[in-house]
Design a protein around this ligand. Structure first.
Ligand code: BEZ
Length: 241
């Protein structure tokens, strides 16, 4: 018992966090072997796990990911999936999706991004995708958004029964890229074209100037909470590369 607890704790301590380098691994996928994250340097990447092949929620998610792959690619963001099923199960499932499943206007959907086989759960455990309170044999629906330098920038976990919100996954990549490119933060429910948050005043002088409305493009709700407009077209042009 004690041994089990200490093993679980050890694995938990190793779970990657936002700001950590993405743990490296080599894996067999439906698109051949990959070295992660080395071969993705220079691109954003979403590494996500799903519980099992041939299950309905996962099927709806894979069809949606595949349908949105070009939208992610336009943001220089690649997709990599993982489950603890084997390669032949993955291949059979992806063939079934393409050949047989019609769902919410999607049909003949080809999943072109790699799907990792992780029968030993070594990658899933390393990334904290196995959460024994939910399931000790299936990965939860984890999403790791990793930047072009291989740093984890966002982590989202969903339970087995809850399909992911793909608008939100796109919004996360858009917002992270906007924050990086324009040195701003993004407020609640931000979308490209909405006002962004400028860095909080770092001196009494700047705080005073902002409150006196001296920076013409900045609107302040109080000295620590100021926003500015960035044209939607400019944001989209900047983040789509
Ligand atoms: C599903 O994808 O439908 C699913 C997978 C595992 C548990 C529950 C649902």
């Amino acid at each position: 018992m004690e041994e089990n607890v200490s093993k679980v704790c050890q694995e938990m301590v190793q779970m990657p966090r936002i700001g950590d380098p993405a743990p490296a691994f080599k894996a067999v996928t439906t698109q051949g072997e990959i070295s992660f994250p080395e071969q993705y340097r220079g691109s954003w990447v979403i590494l996500f796990s799903h519980p099992a092949d041939f299950t309905p929620v996962c099927t709806s998610e894979f069809m949606t990911f595949a349908t949105l792959e070009n939208e992610f690619a336009a943001l220089n963001c690649k997709l990599v999936g993982l489950s603890v099923d084997g390669l032949y199960s993955h291949i059979a499932w992806l063939r079934t999706i393409k050949e047989k499943i019609q769902y919410r206007g999607m049909s003949n959907v080809e999943v072109k991004f790699p799907l990792i086989e992780d029968i030993t759960m070594s990658v899933a455990k390393r990334y904290g995708m196995i959460q024994p309170g939910e399931s000790s044999t299936k990965a939860v629906r984890a999403v790791f958004v990793i930047d072009p330098k291989g740093i984890i920038r966002t982590i989202v976990y969903y339970p087995l029964s809850l399909g992911r919100n793909f608008d939100e996954l796109l919004r996360i990549v858009q917002a992270l890229k906007t924050a990086d490119e324009f040195a701003v933060a993004t407020p609640a429910d931000w979308r490209p074209g909405d006002d962004v948050i400028v860095p909080t005043a770092g001196s009494c002088g700047v705080a005073k100037e902002r409150m006196e409305n001296k920076e013409s493009d900045v609107t302040c709700y109080d000295w620590f909470f100021c926003t500015k407009k960035i044209d939607q077209a400019k944001v989209l042009e900047t983040i789509r590369k």
